[in-house]
Structure formats: C-alpha cells, structure tokens
Design a protein around this ligand. Structure first.
Ligand code: ADE
Length: 225
C-alpha cells in the first residue's frame, strides 16, 4: 500500500515510520510512505497556507491553492482521499479493515479551523473522526488511523495475532501474562500453566465476556441486534 500524507508538519511522522513494525513493513515492500509538505506548493513570498474565514469568526482556514496544487500533483481525484475531522463519520475497526484493502490512501492534515470547503468538495472521499473530542491538529488523528490500517495489510503481522483481537467479534481481548509465574505476590492463573488448551480457551472466552460486560457492554448489544 502507498500512503501519501499532506501536512505542514512532516517531522511529526518521522519517528513513527522509522521504527518498529512500520519500518519493517516498508523494508518488506508492503508499505510505501510519501510525506508532502503542502507549503512547498505556495507561490507567494510568505508561503502563506492559511487565511481568515469569510463571514467572520475565530481562527484561520487552510487556503485552497497550495492544497489543490499538491493534490493535483499526485493525481488525487483518482484516489481515496481521507480528511480527518471531528465532524467526520466515526472511524472504527471495520473501516480500518476496508481501507487496508486499498492500493493507495491519501491523508490531508487539517489545522486551525479546517480546510476551505472547496478542497473537501473537489478531492475528499472520506471525512473521518477518531472520536468525540477535538484535537489541535489532524496529524495525530492520521497517525491513529494509519496505525490501525497498515497493520491489517496482508503480511505486515502474523494472521494469528489478528484473530482474537478486540473488536473482531464484538468482544474485547482476554488478559495476558508472561514470566515470572509470581510477581510481588501475584500468581499467573493456574489454568494458563496447565497446558490444557480446551480449559485455556474456555478461561479466555470467560475473561473476554467479563471484560466486555465491564468496559463496553454496548459492543455486546450491537451483536444481538
Ligand atoms: N481533528 C481534530 N479533532 C479530530 C478528531 N476527533 N478526529 C479526527 N480528526 C480530528
């Protein structure tokens, strides 16, 4: 998959894409990342990317010209273009899964009061929110979405790791333990040491139910409907 990110702050993405699994995915040729600073597409002396909103009001709006030029340079009208915004549709695991099947994704990082609507009308295919709160920049929302998406690309992580994850079947994950068997007086549950896979699976299923009832009962009612 190719991921193109249009941003005024390319350095935000440097650490993420140069460490751990994203780096491995790039090295394996499964992920290609293109970060574009759309300030490079300004033509005025001061490289201005924002301006006051027509009609008045607080804050600044990202100007259409640099974004149009940057988006045209990558032929964005033929691509899936995602604009993270608190007024978008709520992003979730099934949207992440759907997007992970695309060959290419383009993200636009908004700032201030957002983008000139003409950019959205001309290029954006998906307006997505990562939750009911307001971030100060689109970059962090892009990192969250990209992290949820790229790991679902075939070959990035082992299929077994994805099977029993939270949200795959409307249940949250079971608790995990590793060595040592006892730490500060707390023992690993005996069943996990038993080697009995049927008992281990039953215990894990019970824990998933308990956790979902405690933290996210809404997920279970979604399953019933
Ligand atoms: N930009 C600012 N807040 C956001 C949110 N909640 N989701 C996506 N993008 C955002």
């Amino acid at each position: 998959m190719k991921i193109t990110i249009l941003t005024l702050f390319p350095e935000v993405f440097e650490g993420f894409f140069s460490t751990s699994i994203p780096l491995l995915a790039k090295e394996k040729g499964l992920l290609d990342v293109n970060i574009i600073n759309f300030r490079d597409y300004t033509t005025d002396k001061h490289h201005k990317c924002d301006d006051e909103p027509y009609g008045g009001g607080a804050g600044m709006v990202l100007k259409p010209e640099p974004l149009f030029k940057a988006l045209k340079s990558i032929d964005a009208t033929s691509k899936r273009v995602i604009y993270p915004t608190p007024s978008g549709k709520l992003f979730n695991q099934s949207i992440a899964k759907e997007l992970s099947n695309e060959k290419e994704l383009v993200f636009i990082a908004g700032h201030y009061e957002g983008l000139d609507q003409r950019v959205i009308d001309s290029f954006v295919t998906d307006e997505l929110s990562i939750g009911d709160y307001v971030l100060s920049s689109g970059e962090t929302a892009i990192l969250v979405m990209v992290d949820a998406i790229y790991r679902l690309i075939d070959g990035v992580i082992s299929p077994e790791s994805l099977v029993e994850e939270s949200f795959n079947d409307s249940l949250l994950e079971y608790p995990q333990y590793t060595r040592p068997q006892e730490y500060e007086g707390m023992r690993v549950p005996e069943v996990l040491l038993s080697g009995n896979h049927k008992q281990i699976n039953d215990w894990r299923y019970k824990k998933r139910l308990e956790k979902t009832i405690k933290n996210r009962i809404d997920l279970m009612s979604k399953n019933i409907n």
